[in-house]
Each structure stands twice: as C-alpha cells, then as structure tokens.
Ligand binder design. Structure first.
Ligand code: HEM
Length: 130
C-alpha cells in the first residue's frame, strides 16, 4: 500500500502517461475538420481539456510530492491535502468526459474544483506554519 506523498509521485507519472495516451487517441482523428462537431465544439473542447488536465494535474501532484517531501514537516492534515490532489486529478478529466456526453452534468466539476481548492489552501496553510 502506497503512503503519501509517494502516492502523489506515482499518480503524477501515471497522469503524464494518460496525457500522452489521450493525445495519441486524439491524434488519430484531429485532422478531420468536423471531428466531434469541429475544433470549437463544446464536446471537442472538453476532450482537449481532459487531455490537458492529465498533464496539469500530474504536474501539480509532482509539485506536491516535492513540497511534502522536502519542505513540509509531518502533520495530521497532510494526508488530506495529498489525497485531495489525487481526487482532483482523477475527477477533473472524468468530469470533462462525462460533460462531453451529458452537457447538464456541469455541476460535476464541483468535485475536482473543491478538492483542488481545499488541498491548495491546506498546503499553503501548512507552509506558512513552518
Ligand atoms: C504523446 C504526446 C502528445 C500527443 C500525441 C498530443 C496530441 C494532441 C492533439 C492531437 C491535440 C489536438 C486536439 C484537437 O484537435 O482537438 C492536442 C492538443 C493540445 N495538447 Fe497535446 N499531445 C501530447 C502531449 C502534450 C503535452 C506534453 C502537453 C502540455 C504539457 C500538451 C498540451 C496540449 C494543449 C494545450 C492542447 C490544446 C491546443 C489548442 O487548443 O490549440 N499535449 N494534443
């Protein structure tokens, strides 16, 4: 069983790989002008957002790993921030894909947004306590 913050490091690299693979899939179709309704269609934008969010949230988990490992001390709050970054990373591309299918599912973005905002705030709180 992985512990924090190592879980963030593994997650970060898994999400970089997921970003490459999602890019590969999009690369098979992106030259078609009308793919998913065209470049500016909501569906296509949400697919792109999912692709980019793999890299962005992978990078944030990597940043958190180094911050937790080398800067922060042990604290009972730390696992909440660590798992919150993982939850945000998991649910952001998921929300993109679900909303690409069901436009009305927009409120699903509340899950990644809230967990990322809380984890970011917790990390800052832990840093200024040092
Ligand atoms: C194996 C590596 C990658 C592949 C095969 C790939 C593939 C693609 C494809 C096909 C698109 C166009 C999607 C469309 O037409 O709707 C795209 C868009 C994009 N990719 Fe990737 N990508 C890769 C890596 C990356 C990396 C490393 C980043 C950044 C860290 C990145 C960021 C973006 C961004 C920001 C867009 C949107 C560009 C725009 O809206 O003009 N991609 N990618």
């Amino acid at each position: 069983m992985l512990h924090t913050p190592e879980v963030n490091l593994v997650f970060a690299w898994a999400w970089v790989l997921a970003g490459f693979l999602s890019g590969l899939v999009m690369g098979l179709f992106f030259n078609r002008e009308d793919w998913l309704g065209g470049y500016t269609s909501l569906k296509r934008r949400l697919y792109r957002l999912a692709h980019i969010s793999f890299f962005g949230l992978g990078a944030i988990n990597l940043m958190y790993y180094f911050t937790a490992r080398h800067v922060l001390g042990h604290s009972p709050l730390q696992p909440f921030a660590a798992w919150g970054f993982v939850l945000g990373g998991l649910t952001m591309p998921l929300a993109c894909l679900i909303m690409a299918r069901w436009t009305r599912a927009k409120m699903l973005f509340a899950v990644p947004v809230l967990s990322l905002v809380l984890s970011g705030a917790l990390t800052i709180w832990e840093l200024i306590k040092i």
